[in-house]
Design a protein around this ligand. Structure first.
Ligand SMILES: Cc1ncc(COP(=O)(O)O)c(C=O)c1O
Length: 440
């Protein structure tokens, strides 16, 4: 291994045990298709599509070329009161991919920005309709919606919240749907848990009154908390309650979108049309940061119509909204997904992947395995008094053996690129089985 020509100390790494990492770093230096290359030259099988985002596999020439060309043609274009072709084209494409009348897209640079944008649009929508008193935003326990103040507030992962005392006020949370007693080892959507949606009405609306609630935001399949597929009928009930009370429903599809569930979006797969969809990650195959919020026609119209003619309708946006490189990457990515039929491919691979991950059921420490689409969570028993220690050990040992997995606490998450062959799935679960058998 060549000695590093850089020092590790100055970079404050995100969501990382910095001191532990810097004492024994795991550095990746290149990538191609299903593999990373580590700095010591080892090939690492990507079991997580980077971080749930490299859905078409790494360094795909078509996307790389499109980015290069865009950089040469116009490196940047202002996007407030000016335009350039890329984002208009991407928005048109998204319109054809999304169900219902989710016809308008607002561009951001990340999932976190998409979430905060959607929450702001919800508030602006209600105000435009003369219901500015609708300020409550409802998330869900164990939800992850990024790291902006809005997303952190509606998010429900305790460690992400506890250090940041003053999050948004007027936020409440639905209960999560994870229950080992009723749902363990479910394949696909669990049978138990639809009734948990009723808390929206029986507790949250009863307490705050529907007339004060702007929006509910959920991940259809919660990802970062360790893969929690929605119980059968649960999201349908949430949709019905929101409809009954004029509350907007936001699906956070930052992970679920772009084929992860064997369809363009979870809302398409599940046959439920939310009022807004937040997305990022797979939109550009993670090559250039980009996020988007798709909104339904009534939301767009309400905000447009409330503003005086020839005035800015929504005072919101980012310097890099619809950046030319991101837009070029998105168009090439969406072409690639379509040409290689990667969403259909994911759907076809789903059963094989499910059987492979569930084959780990008898491995030591495993207390639950769950999956939906090309996402799976493997929950390990926590070491007494050491939450997360066993999960971290699994991550390190897996990396040593040449596979990349993600862990959240003591839950291992798998989400390989959608180009994965059966042999990759076998290697991933086979190696993980060996790792699990060797854990403390
Ligand atoms: C559902 C969901 N929302 C939002 C985000 C935040 O996205 P980003 O890290 O791009 O800000 C994530 C990231 O994993 C996510 O999974």
């Amino acid at each position: 291994m060549k000695p590093r020509d850089y020092d590790l100390s100055a970079f404050w790494m995100p969501f990382t045990a910095n001191r532990q990492f810097k004492a024994a770093p795991r550095i990746l230096v290149s990538a191609k298709d299903m593999h990373y290359i580590a700095e010591d030259g080892r090939r690492i099988l990507d079991g997580t599509a980077g971080m749930w985002c490299v859905n078409a596999g790494h360094c795909r020439p078509r996307i790389v070329e499109a980015i290069k060309k865009a950089a040469e043609t116009m490196d940047y274009g202002p996007i407030f009161q000016m335009g350039h072709p890329g984002p208009f084209k991407v928005a048109e494409r998204l319109r054809t991919m999304l169900p219902g009348d989710l016809d308008y897209s607002f561009f951001t640079n990340s999932g976190s920005e998409s979430v905060d944008t959607a929450l702001k649009i919800a508030l602006a929508y209600h105000r435009a309709r003369g219901e500015g008193h609708r300020r409550w935003l409802i998330g869900r326990e164990r939800g992850y919606h990024g790291v902006g103040f809005g997303g952190t507030s509606v998010g429900g992962m305790a460690p992400n919240r506890k250090a940041f005392a003053s999050l948004l006020s007027y936020v409440d949370h639905l209960p999560h749907t994870h229950n080992l007693e009723h749902n363990s080892f479910s394949r696909g959507q669990p049978e138990w848990g639809a009734h948990l949606a009723d808390e929206l009405e029986s507790r949250i609306i009863a307490l705050h009154d529907a007339s004060n609630i702007a929006a509910v935001i959920v991940e259809p399949v919660a990802g970062s908390t360790g893969v929690l597929p929605p119980p059968k009928g649960y999201l349908e009930r949430v949709r019905a309650i929101c409809d009954k009370h004029g509350i907007l429903l936001i699906f956070d599809e930052v992970i679920n979108g772009f084929g992860r569930l064997g369809a363009s979006f979870a809302c398409e797969r599940l046959g439920i049309v939310p009022d807004m969809v937040t997305m990022a990650k797979g939109i550009t195959n993670a090559t250039v940061p980009m996020g988007a919020v798709a909104v339904r026609r009534h939301i767009h119209e309400a905000v447009m119509n409330a503003a005086p003619e020839n005035s800015i309708e929504l005072f919101h946006g980012y310097t890099y909204s619809g950046h030319p490189l991101a837009a070029a990457a998105a168009l090439a990515t969406l072409d690639l997904y379509a040409e290689e039929k990667l969403f259909e491919r994911a759907r076809q691979m789903e059963q094989y992947f499910e059987d492979a991950v569930h084959s780990l059921r008898e491995a030591p420490h495993v207390v639950d395995i769950r999956n939906f689409g090309m996402m799976a969570g493997i929950e390990l028993e926590t070491m007494p008094g050491k939450p997360g220690a066993r999960g971290y050990q699994a991550l390190v040992r897996a990396f040593e053996r040449g596979i990349l997995v993600r862990v959240t606490g003591d839950i291992i998450a798998l989400s390989p690129p959608l180009i994965a062959e059966k042999s990759h799935v076998d290697e991933l679960t086979g190696t993980l089985g060996e790792v699990l058998r060797g854990l403390d």
